[in-house]
Design a protein around this ligand. Structure first.
Ligand code: SF4
Length: 369
């Protein structure tokens, strides 16, 4: 833990917190959104809200891949899983997400569907080779961090001439979601003064990807690492910019993030995927150019082309406040289902399912405070 412990030093954390107290103008309120679900968990795990002044508020964003996936896309995966020739595979978190009528991929598996949990998309290649008589479908979700591995899967399948594999692509784009958050809906105020930019995503897309937000919206972005000192320093940098009426992109996580990210990964993603004209996000609704689909040159690996999929009606729990939570308009504990009956063991909405979901983080670390 040599290279991690230095970013968890308690004395330095208190020094940074004291500095933020000195910086924060008592005459104003600072609402800072940590976009990434990993940051949300770190914020609670290290008790950072207790170290901050009352007028520096952390708002939880939509950076949790399973939380933002609309139920319609999950219903399509369920539909595929019911085809006898299909082996459907995805990441573990996805299996527990509730769809309509108490359904989930986990329940479908208990009912006999062939649904497998993967740690890496490349495991789907092995499945396809082991079961040449079946159709292996990878239910791909996630932001820019998980897109390159899906691109590698398609590239490898193409190189190996594997024809019984396809991808149900649901990869989404972080800057488009940030743009949607900063574009208020009718009757809603823009809730955010600045962003704590995501760590993993930024290693791929680079810090330059956030340049439009200061320019277009006048909002600062500070990319941060996952450790408590990273986050406290990023908060201090944001408060400093806001006090000086500045709006810039700053990179606190310079030990991992560069201005142009990972060009090799970006080239591969660009080769395999193109932007959808629009995509429906849970919480954010339809967001233009905010998701990827497989390019026509690789359409043979596109499950949407290979199978005839219907567009089922979404049936989320009517009282679930995930949409407002994901837009930073409500805290998880302001949902009347929070804690009773919605818990990590009995999730009624996607934000309670994933280890990166805001409701799950609030339940685990903040309940009863
Ligand atoms: Fe949805 Fe449960 Fe969170 Fe309420 S507590 S917003 S029902 S996930």
């Amino acid at each position: 833990m040599k290279y991690v412990d230095v970013f968890r030093d308690a004395e330095l954390a208190h020094q940074l917190a004291r500095h933020i107290h000195q910086q924060a103008d008592p005459g104003r309120h600072y609402r800072l959104m940590e976009f990434c679900g990993g940051h949300t968990h770190a914020v609670f795990r290290y008790g950072l809200p207790a170290l901050l002044p009352d007028n520096v508020e952390l708002v939880h964003g939509p950076g949790c891949p399973v939380c933002v996936l609309p139920v319609v896309r999950l219903e399509q995966a369920l539909e595929l899983s019911r085809l006898p020739e299909v082996i459907l595979c995805s990441y573990g978190d996805m299996l527990r997400v509730p769809a309509g009528k108490g359904q989930s991929l986990l329940k479908a598996r208990a009912d006999g569907a062939d649904i497998r949990m993967l740690y890496s998309p490349l495991e789907a290649l092995t499945l396809a080779q082991q079961h040449p008589e079946r159709q292996v479908v990878f239910f791909a979700i996630g932001f820019e961090t998980t897109t390159p591995p899906t691109a590698v899967l398609i590239q490898r399948a193409d190189e190996m001439g594997i024809s019984n594999l396809s991808v149900l692509c649901n990869h989404v784009l972080t800057p488009a979601a940030m743009h949607a958050i900063l574009t208020p809906r009718e009757g809603e105020a823009t809730a955010i003064d600045g962003f704590i930019g995501p760590a993993h995503v930024s290693t791929v897309i680079g810090s330059e990807a956030y340049a439009p937000f200061p320019r277009q919206f006048g909002k600062p972005v500070v990319i941060a690492g996952f450790e408590p000192l990273d986050l406290l320093q990023a908060i201090s940098m944001l408060v400093g910019q806001l006090n000086r009426h500045e709006a810039r992109v700053e990179n606190q996580f310079s030990r991992a993030v560069t201005p142009d990210g990972n060009p090799k990964a970006r080239v591969l993603v660009e080769r395999m995927f193109e932007r959808r004209s629009s995509f429906e996000w849970r919480g954010l609704g339809e967001v233009p150019a905010s998701a990827l689909k497989i390019r026509p040159e690789y359409a043979r690996y596109d499950a949407e082309q290979r199978f005839e999929l219907s567009a089922p009606r979404a049936r989320e729990h009517p009282a679930c406040e995930c949409p407002a939570v994901l837009r930073g308009q409500k805290r998880p504990d302001q949902c009347r289902l929070f804690g009773t009956p919605c818990t990590p063991d009995n999730p009624l909405g996607a934000c309670m399912v994933s280890s990166e979901g805001a409701c799950a983080a609030w339940y685990r670390y903040n309940r009863g405070r």
